[in-house]
Design a protein around this ligand. Structure first.
Ligand SMILES: Nc1ncnc2c1ncn2[C@@H]1O[C@H](COP(=O)(O)OP(=O)(O)OP(=O)(O)O)[C@@H](O)[C@H]1O
Ligand SMILES: [Zn+2]
Length: 636
């Protein structure tokens, strides 16, 4: 009784009633999701669905307060439900231990809710929920945090921009040649070491080669001339059956592995002389005479072991030890099974940190502490419980406004690490951001151009890399227009598997071809125009361009690459999928929809009043007169 009266008292009878009768879906039961669920239960929501695919890890316990030690290893969704019910046993909570990206949760599933609240940690799932909410016409409250920064926004089809309206900063990826032949930054060595882990102990992936790449266009002229080059195959990989079988046949002996990777392969690279014409040469290391190279003044933190930069000798010792431990673990696995790299596993992390530093030394790159490597390798920004709590509070406030049909009050809100000049740390935008009319997802007739080499791209890579990884589809069907001939069918029985190995050109897909792509799971149709292009050494294998204006060779389009990189072709970077947050202060993200050249960052940096600049903007809603000049307060 008392509880009911309190809730109605705070919300008012009308909203209280709406809250009582609404049905809500929470996607994700992690840092933000737990907070949201608690807020919903305490605000009087009575019918809540929650879904999470994961189980509880020890590292979640510091901030995901619905979970305790005894829950480690159990389903997040199920435990979150049980814990939240303790606050109010009269609430109905339906929990799914499952991925939201599965066929069961299609448009009809989404349609039963009044509002969907995202509490996810990766772009793939966020894009997917975005599409399903657009397709089912259900409002979506999207949220994310990164350390002290956070963001909450409402997405309603036709009224606001969608999650995919503005291009996200491309996930970092590096050309294979840089990783394998010519690293120049610590991250290149870290990525290489993670690949090495997978080649030796993890899931072997042909895109994660660690041996010298003799097909490097920069060295093509003289690759293969050295005495050692006899074993290079036509794909440019030094033939050693596979790195793994080579290591296995040598019983993972640290000295042999070391010599192969850090001496022989480096000698081989040196033989590709063209690579070193304008670069500093790498220096091969000899196992029996590792030079004494100490921390040489690099930052050593405040004495914390993890924050010291290991000496080269220490690196080699740690490499040996972790290599031995990992191979012992690996041998215990059933035939065909493999390990999964985990930043929190001591040996896995030590292996990557030591290999990265040894390689860095060889290439004259600064070595890093284990701590720094861990955050780079895991691509981690530590989660802050308070930011999650603030964001989750805002999410539920947004949900209340949606129920009251006050969409105009749901401007995007930013939580900032430092106060702005008005001393605000929780900063709303002044207006709802309108949809981008050229959005490849929510515009009335979505269309993109994909530039690639039609003679090299295989159908399989087109599906996996372009349609799935870059355009985030789940089960695409592809028809070549205007004939309507089926190139790819998501129905396995209909699909001619032998076609996957063909190139696009083999299937008559050439420069200027038009494809109709349909993902029935997402209710998403997209027209894809193909533009033939042969990528250079450091170019991604393909790129996706949503805004046709960017293709015109005008000065502006050339000088402003924003928006031209919706998807990064070479998706072999160091990104983990649970890393990208919607909030960054990277100007890549700050593109105003509909305008290819105006960036908010630019607006703030220039002292020209925003009002003035806005009038020149082609976009109707953004051109609305503003009250004062500092309306958009997001920018660092
Ligand atoms: N496709 C998906 N379907 C359902 N839940 C998902 C999906 N993708 C991610 N999630 C869940 O979203 C939640 C995001 O929470 P959070 O950002 O706190 O991550 P975490 O994995 O709990 O912590 P951390 O990544 O910091 O170790 C996670 O519990 C994750 O399992
Ligand atoms: Zn959109």
């Amino acid at each position: 009784m008392g509880e009911m009266a309190t809730a109605a008292g705070v919300l008012g009878a009308d909203l209280h009633n709406k809250v009582n009768n609404s049905k809500i879906l929470v996607v994700g039961a992690g840092g933000i999701g737990c907070e949201i669920l608690k807020n919903l239960v305490l605000s009087g929501f009575k019918d809540i669905y929650i879904i999470d695919l994961d189980t509880i890890d020890v590292s979640n316990l510091n901030r995901q307060f619905l979970f305790h030690k005894q829950h480690v290893g159990k389903s997040k969704a199920m435990v979150a439900k049980e814990s939240a019910l303790k606050f109010n046993p009269n609430v109905s909570i339906t929990a799914y231990h499952d991925s939201i990206i599965s066929t069961e949760y299609g448009v009809n599933f989404f349609k039963q809710f009044n509002v969907v609240l995202n509490a996810l940690d990766n772009r793939v799932a966020r894009n997917h929920v975005n599409r399903l909410c657009l397709a089912s016409g259900i409002p979506l409250v999207e949220s994310g945090t990164a350390g002290y920064e956070g963001q909450v926004e409402l997405i309603v089809k036709g009224k606001t921009k969608c999650y995919e309206c503005s291009p996200k900063a491309p996930q970092k990826s590096f050309p294979g040649c840089t990783i394998r032949n010519t690293p120049s930054e610590p991250i290149h060595c870290i990525v290489w070491s993670k690949y090495l882990f997978n080649q030796l102990f993890g899931e072997e992936d042909g895109d994660e080669e660690v041996s010298p790449d003799t097909a490097d266009p920069e060295a093509a002229a003289n690759a293969g001339e050295s005495a050692m080059a006899t074993d290079a195959n036509e794909k440019g990989n030094v033939e050693r059956t596979s790195t793994r079988s080579w290591a296995q046949s040598n019983d993972y002996d640290p000295e042999k592995v070391f010599t192969k990777l850090f001496h022989d392969d480096i000698k081989y690279l040196l033989s590709m002389a063209d690579l070193w014409k304008e670069r500093r040469k790498p220096s091969p290391l000899i196992w029996s005479s590792i030079p004494e190279i100490a921390n040489n003044g690099q930052s050593t933190g405040q004495g914390l072991k993890d924050q010291k930069v290991w000496s080269l000798k220490e690196c080699v010792e740690i490499f040996s030890e972790s290599c031995r431990n990992l191979s012992a673990q690996f041998k215990k696995l059933p035939e065909g099974d493999h390990m999964v790299w985990d930043k929190d596993d001591v040996d896995s992390m030590n292996f990557v940190a030591s290999c990265a530093n040894i390689r860095a030394h060889i290439f004259n790159i600064q070595r890093k502490s284990r701590f720094e490597i861990k955050s780079m390798a895991g691509n981690i920004i530590p989660a802050i419980a308070t930011t999650n709590a603030i964001v989750a509070g805002l999410v539920v406030m947004f949900a209340l406004k949606v129920l009251q049909e006050e969409l105009e009050k749901c401007q995007c809100v930013y939580v900032r690490s430092k106060p702005n000049h008005k001393l605000q740390q929780i900063v709303p935008e002044k207006y709802l951001s309108p949809p981008n009319p050229k959005c490849a997802v929510c515009s009335p007739k979505p269309e993109v151009t994909v530039r690639l080499d039609v003679n090299k791209q295989t159908v399989k890579d087109f599906v996996e890399d372009v349609l799935k990884k870059s355009l985030n589809m789940v089960a695409p069907d592809v028809m070549l227009m205007p004939s309507g001939s089926i190139i790819i069918s998501s129905d396995e029985e209909e699909m001619d598997i032998s076609r996957l190995a063909l190139t696009l050109a083999d299937c008559n897909i050439i420069d200027g071809s038009m494809l109709e792509v349909d993902d029935f799971l997402q209710n998403y149709n997209l027209t894809v125009k193909i533009k033939h292009r042969e990528p250079g050494r450091d170019d991604p294998l393909f790129d996706v361009i949503a805004d046709p204006d960017l293709l015109k060779p005008t000065e502006e389009a050339e000088s402003d690459k924003n928006g031209s990189k919706n998807g990064e072709g070479d998706a072999k970077g160091y990104e983990d999928d649970d890393d990208d947050l919607i909030m960054t202060v990277d100007d890549e993200q700050l593109v105003i929809p509909g305008s290819s050249s105006t960036k908010r960052k630019v607006e703030e940096e220039a002292s020209v009043p925003v009002k003035k600049r806005r009038t020149g903007n082609s976009n109707e809603m953004l051109a609305t007169p503003v009250e004062d000049d500092d309306d958009i307060a997001i920018i660092e």
